[in-house]
Design a binder for this molecule. Structure first.
Ligand SMILES: *[C@@H]1O[C@H](CO)[C@@H](O)[C@H](O)[C@H]1NC(C)=O
Ligand SMILES: *[C@@H]1O[C@H](CO)[C@@H](O)[C@H](O)[C@H]1NC(C)=O
Ligand SMILES: *[C@@H]1O[C@H](CO)[C@@H](O)[C@H](O)[C@H]1NC(C)=O
Ligand SMILES: *[C@@H]1O[C@H](CO)[C@@H](O)[C@H](O)[C@H]1NC(C)=O
Ligand SMILES: *[C@@H]1O[C@H](CO)[C@@H](O)[C@H](O)[C@H]1NC(C)=O
Length: 349
């Protein structure tokens, strides 16, 4: 999949520093220079929040008129107060007396309900994973049908640490690619990573967040399978897996399927799965092999299956789009299992 990324890191830093402009006692917060988010208490009998808007830093224009989504407002002047009622956010623009556009402020309403991204509180809304321990990770999400939104902000940091995580947002706004520059693969990960994504649909803002250790989201890329002789194969570490392999061992599993089946590794629930130690496997005649890998010291996600068919034999099975969906495993805290690795003397990075 070809993705183009726009750099978000610099923007994020600006955003977080302006959020301290948050006016205490007032239920609004400046998210970005042109974006204000309002907290409306719907339990209030007549929920209303006053928000001050400023058109320009300088006062070069005598008369300034305002519009909300092109509807003219009664208030005039460089600074006005608007009243946000219930769910009514908007895009407030200011203009000079001739009607020329000068500036705008997007007024969003913060919602705690979850309507913009697909998922549930049980499955989560954002999925993060990484192919290795080099400090990079990716997170992805999906819009609900008819709710194609826009990412307003992304925040990724470690709790209680000077954060060195930068993220870039994909142009389709459905994923981020992040790198923790201060991450050391050879020392214990003390703090979890906190990812917070703000998305808007029309004028409602929803925030989604999750926390994890890198070792909980590790999912190796597919294993490579090489042929040793007529019946033996060897499973190879994925190229993207962390090195040295003795320090980052993978556990491998192999499953044999009859060649006459549909040759889909994913759909086989009943086949026996063999965990192997030496990465080699004798393939029985009339069978194809599926193999996958998992971090040997951590019960994190298995890689997608790789399918191997001896080239010499004619392919009898119908090929399907295997491997499109990853096996879904719940992320478990694998701290105790990982401790063994962290206690082991590591190579000098
Ligand atoms: C436009 O408005 C934003 C605040 O909404 C402000 O930070 C910015 O300085 C304004 N731009 C100009 C040219 O005054
Ligand atoms: C907006 O409201 C603030 C606080 O309530 C007040 O101090 C300020 O004078 C108001 N500004 C305008 C233009 O009405
Ligand atoms: C708000 O209005 C400004 C000026 O017309 C425009 O650049 C901006 O894209 C609008 N934002 C939204 C979310 O409609
Ligand atoms: C980390 O691994 C990913 C996937 O292999 C790679 O694209 C990226 O360049 C690596 N980053 C660093 C800093 O080594
Ligand atoms: C590893 O995780 C899987 C899926 O969550 C679970 O079924 C299995 O019992 C776990 N194994 C260990 C050794 O914790």
């Amino acid at each position: 999949m070809k993705m183009q990324f726009v750099l978000l890191g610099a923007l994020l830093i600006i955003m977080r520093s302006t959020s301290c402009l948050e006016a205490r006692g007032n239920n609004y917060e400046v998210l970005q220079p042109n974006v204000v988010v309002v907290e409306v208490n719907l339990a209030d009998p007549s929920p209303m929040v006053q928000v001050p808007l400023q058109c320009q830093e300088s006062h070069e224009h005598e008369e300034i008129i305002w519009r909300n989504d092109d509807v003219p407002l009664l208030q005039r002047g460089n600074e006005i107060n608007i009243t946000v009622e219930e769910m009514l956010g908007g895009n407030y623009t200011c203009h000079d007396s001739m009607g020329s556009f000068l500036n705008y402020t997007l007024v969003l309403i913060r919602k705690s309900s979850r309507k913009i991204l697909t998922g549930s509180q049980y499955t989560g809304y954002i999925k993060c994973s990484t192919q290795n321990y080099n400090g990079s990770f990716q997170c992805a999400w999906n819009w609900r049908p008819r709710r194609t939104g826009e990412v307003v902000f992304v925040k990724a940091e470690r709790h209680s640490q000077v954060s060195a995580i930068t993220c870039s947002l994909s142009t389709n706004q459905l994923s981020i690619s992040c790198l923790d520059q201060s991450y050391c693969p050879y020392s214990e990960e003390l703090d979890q990573i906190f990812v917070n994504v703000g998305v808007r649909y029309l004028y409602r803002l929803e925030e989604y967040s999750l926390t994890f250790f890198i070792n909980e989201i590790v999912k190796p890329d597919r294993v490579r399978i090489t042929r040793i002789d007529t019946r033996r194969i060897q499973l190879e570490y994925p190229d993207t897996w962390s090195i040295p392999h003795s320090y980052f061992p993978l556990a491998f599993q192999v499953m044999e399927l009859p060649r006459r089946g549909d040759c889909s590794c994913e759909s086989q629930q009943t086949e026996k799965i063999n965990t192997i130690q030496d990465r080699q496997w004798n393939v029985r005649k009339g069978y194809v092999v599926c193999a996958r890998a998992q971090d040997a010291l951590c019960n994190s996600t298995w890689s997608d299956w790789s399918l191997y068919i001896f080239r010499k034999q004619r392919l009898q099975c119908r090929k399907r789009g295997y491997g499109l969906s990853a096996p879904v495993c719940s992320l478990q805290t694998c701290f105790s299992m990982a401790v063994g690795r962290w206690l082991a003397p590591g190579p000098q990075p």
